[in-house]
Design a protein around this ligand. Structure first.
Ligand SMILES: Cc1ncc(COP(=O)(O)O)c(C=O)c1O
Length: 384
């Protein structure tokens, strides 16, 4: 079966956050992380059937939905999860915030590595916890963890570590030995490890497996809160369906207690999409990865040939997000400059990078849109 990722779908004038930002302006939105592709046919068909049923009451997952998640974990990662470990959530950002409240007290510190997806830094602050960030270093053409700086950052108030696996915005797939070392670090310092694995089914490099952090050892699993969702991979973030996987019953109970009365239920349509994603959409996902690899290669080739001032510092191993170093352009506000020339990128400063050094491009769009965005970026650089 073939899938069409090239035919554009007009999102202007819809409820799309990504497209509303530039309503009425000729700016191609390559910012917030959703893709411009329709969801897999299996999801669309399942949603149509559910809508035809006509009743949208409070929902609970049926067995086949839970089975689809459990089977996907086993077949993709050889991770055998007990259905009892699942805690359904309306979003991963919710999960990050709940984790901070459940496992740290006001004034306690939550450690993470930066640059990183902004809620990793803002979630602790939302509930008067403190975010502490250790910068990544670039070594031998790869983003690496500064282990000495990480050790130095730990204080008696450090309670929790937020990991992005694979990493947004660096597009890095963590290797088993790196994860084992991080896990050992959390065990040694008695930290709860919150592993955001929302991008785990979007690995572009076929040679790199996704290793769920929780799989490393029973000791690490017992302190790990894994956050996952079908939302990025199958382009259903607007349906608000995610889950935490928490093997340890005491930590799971604590997590659930922190959600009480605040965290909304997952909707009936969200459960339907989740089941159809994990059980019935694997051929679509494989085709998507081929298309995204093509976009990544197009981007890299264009930058090398036409835009030497814009650099990708390390391989794009996962996600549809490209972290671009634009410091050679000498612009105080590169994202603002590109926006004036018709391309809406994310400002790297938002992820904790030094202002003026980086932008993030979302390449989860048609090849034609990507080509046009790059043409505009070239014109923007020529206009400096
Ligand atoms: C690493 C990471 N976590 C979480 C999210 C958002 O998750 P949700 O929409 O489920 O809150 C994103 C979205 O870009 C992300 O990149």
């Amino acid at each position: 079966m073939t899938f069409d990722f090239d035919t554009p779908v007009n999102r202007a004038g819809t409820d799309s956050q990504k497209w509303q930002k530039y309503a009425g302006r000729d700016v191609l939105p390559l910012w917030v992380a959703d893709m411009d592709f329709p969801s897999p046919p299996a999801i669309l068909e399942a949603l149509h059937r559910r809508v035809d049923h006509g009743i949208f009451g409070y929902a609970r997952p049926v067995k086949s939905t839970v089975d689809a998640v459990v089977a996907a974990m086993e077949s993709r990662y050889a991770w055998r999860i007990d259905p009892a470990w699942l805690v359904w959530l309306p979003g991963l950002v919710v999960g990050l915030n709940v984790t901070a409240q459940a496992f740290a007290e006001p004034g306690d510190e939550v450690l993470t590595l930066s640059p990183v997806y902004p809620p990793f830094m803002s979630a602790p602050k939302n509930s008067a916890r403190v975010s502490v960030q250790v910068p990544f270093t670039l070594s031998g053409g790869a983003w690496t963890i500064d282990w000495d700086a990480l050790e130095r950052a730990v204080t008696p108030r450090t309670k929790l570590f937020y990991l992005c696996n694979p990493h947004n915005p660096l597009a890095r797939v963590w290797r088993r030995d790196e994860l084992a070392r991080l896990g050992e670090f959390c065990v040694r310092h008695n930290l709860v490890l919150c592993s955001d694995e929302i991008h785990c089914d979007l690995i572009l490099d076929p040679a790199l497996p996704h290793v769920p952090t929780s799989l490393l050892s029973p000791e690490i699993a017992a302190r790990t809160i894994t956050l996952m969702a079908p939302s990025k991979t199958y382009n259903v973030p607007g349906l608000g369906t995610s889950f935490a996987i928490i093997p340890d019953s005491t930590r799971r109970a604590r997590f659930i207690r922190a959600t009480a009365g605040i965290v909304a239920e997952v909707t009936c349509l969200g459960f339907i999409a989740c089941e159809a994603a994990y059980r019935d959409s694997e051929p679509w996902r494989r085709a998507l990865l081929v298309y995204l690899r093509g976009n990544r290669d197009y981007l890299l080739d264009f930058l090398a040939r036409e835009l030497p001032g814009v650099r990708v510092e390390a391989p794009i191993e996962a996600t549809y997000l490209a972290w671009l170093n634009v410091s050679a352009l000498g612009l105080a506000d590169p994202a603002g400059h590109f926006e004036k020339h018709g391309v809406g990128l994310s400002d790297g400063a938002y992820f904790g990078a030094k202002k003026g050094t980086h932008v993030r491009a979302n390449i989860g769009c048609t090849r034609a849109t990507l080509a046009e965005a790059l043409r505009r970026m070239k014109a923007a650089v020529a206009a400096i």
